[in-house]
Design a protein around this ligand. Structure first.
Ligand SMILES: Cc1cc2nc3c(=O)[nH]c(=O)nc-3n(C[C@H](O)[C@H](O)[C@H](O)COP(=O)(O)O)c2cc1C
Length: 426
């Protein structure tokens, strides 16, 4: 498959009828800024939320919405349109269009194109949490993944309907990143579709240095509840952990990501488990074993509140509340010291503000893991939430210092090292 850079790509964007349709206008703008060609098709419901004129103005091309058009269909324009794209993107993807796609319906322009296309499809679901979690939607999602459809999001957060939970459409920058990733992996549908391969990463399953391996990764912070509305958290963004997941998927591994609350879309191709507290993270990690490798990139809170209030603690009722903290489970040490089901390679992270290498070496010994990826969070080079990082990869014999680089490059370096460590242990 030939990879297409975003700047030369032709994106067929299908907008379906959800409240997030307004964000697809920003998506068009961002894609056009990157010199992608964007052709827009809107469902009838989408046109209740945004106008074809806005989409046409931003994309610089007329939208195609009518399947039975006397002018456009004189040369079977819909087939032409479906083939003249490098990637088909559905954003927002409603519960309804996911159901129609999963059922193979072709009852309007968008779904007809989706069935006729010879390229991969990336969907960005957006819907109320109840609609997303409904067994019918989840069944459709599983079906589509098995058919090779790629997913970005949805994310968790407050919704337009006032509820909270998973179902928010991924933000336009995340969708652009997923489009780039899909283009880089190659988007032509080939015989692999019939084999039930799901995403660029899964497409690589069976191909690549981690083919046949199960890699378990934790990412993000944990939130330790104080009462139903407050928590103790930390500044981890999850960017480094999520980048490692993408790198491991790209290397052909089956990847399970256990992530704390982050504002990032789920990496395509990985099985993702969302958790809140350290105890929930420990349970999810245990449930995901066995694994060939465990990469503990999450910033797990060291302590939690001993007695979590069942009701919101009111201001000024009994003076200042006193929070008594107790130690959280040490997931990295527990997994490193397992008598059975210990992954062959266990990698921990150390975010230090001083004596980085010395503290990381001590942590390596204390926890019993195989490698520690140490970074300084004291200076600007590796700030929490930033896109760059500077790390040292430390094992019992010494340290490999890497220059400052993007978190994606750090992730690649860690995965390369993982490949070497796994091969040593065969
Ligand atoms: C105000 C409003 C907001 C809606 N938002 C969503 C949404 O975010 N996601 C969704 O799946 N459906 C949403 N719906 C329902 C869809 O518009 C409806 O299922 C429609 O048939 C979708 O058609 P389409 O998939 O062909 O675009 C909304 C409906 C209304 C009236």
């Amino acid at each position: 498959m030939k990879a297409v850079p975003l700047s030369a790509s032709r994106i067929l964007l299908i907008i379906s009828g959800g409240i997030a349709a307004y964000k697809s206008l920003e998506l068009i703008r961002r894609l056009r800024e990157r010199d992608a060609t964007v052709r827009v098709v809107m469902t009838a419901a989408a046109q209740q939320f945004i106008t074809p004129l806005s989409a046409a103005t931003l994309s610089g091309q007329a939208t195609r919405d009518e399947l039975f058009s006397l002018t456009d269909e004189a040369t079977i324009g819909h087939i032409e349109l479906s083939r003249a794209a490098d990637l088909v993107v559905v954003a927002p993807a409603t519960a309804n269009i996911l159901a129609r796609m999963a059922g193979g319906l072709a009852d309007d322009m968008g779904t007809t194109l989706l069935l006729a296309t010879d390229k991969r499809t990336l969907v960005a679901p957006a819907m109320n949490v109840g609609m997303w979690l409904h067994p019918a939607t989840q069944r459709n999602v599983d079906r589509l993944k098995a058919d090779g459809v790629l997913f970005v999001g949805p994310e968790s957060g407050p919704m337009a309907c006032g509820e909270f939970g998973p179902g928010r459409m991924a933000e336009p920058p995340e969708i652009v990143a997923a489009i780039e990733q899909a283009l880089a992996a190659g988007t032509a549908l080939d015989d692999s579709r019939g084999a039930g391969l799901a995403a660029p990463g899964l497409e690589a399953a069976g191909v690549g240095p981690l083919a046949g391996r199960h890699v378990l990764v934790t990412s993000g912070p944990t939130y330790e509840p104080i009462d139903p509305v407050r928590f103790l958290g930390n500044r981890s963004s999850g960017r480094q952990g999520h980048a490692i997941v993408r790198a491991a998927v790209g290397a052909g591994a089956r990847v399970t990501l256990v992530t704390g609350p982050v504002g990032l879309a789920d990496p395509p191709g990985a099985e993702v488990v969302h958790v809140g507290s350290a105890q929930e993270m420990r349970e999810a990690v245990e449930a995901a074993l066995p694994a060939d490798a465990f990469i503990a990139a999450a910033a797990v809170a060291d302590w939690r509140v001993e007695n979590v209030a069942s009701q919101k603690i009111k201001k000024g009722e009994r003076g200042f509340p006193t929070l008594r903290l107790v130690e959280n489970p040490d997931i990295l040490a527990e997994i490193s010291n397992k008598a059975t089901l210990r992954p062959a390679v266990v990698i921990g992270f150390a975010a230090e503000t001083e004596n980085v290498a010395a503290n990381a070496k001590a942590k390596l010994r204390r926890k019993g893991c195989d490698l520690i990826v140490a970074n300084s969070v004291a200076d600007g080079a590796s700030a929490f939430g930033g896109d760059t990082n500077q790390v040292e990869i430390i094992d019992a014999n010494g340290a490999e210092s890497l220059p400052p680089m993007s978190k994606a490059d750090v992730a690649d370096a860690i995965v390369r090292r993982l490949v070497i460590e796994l091969s040593k242990r065969q």
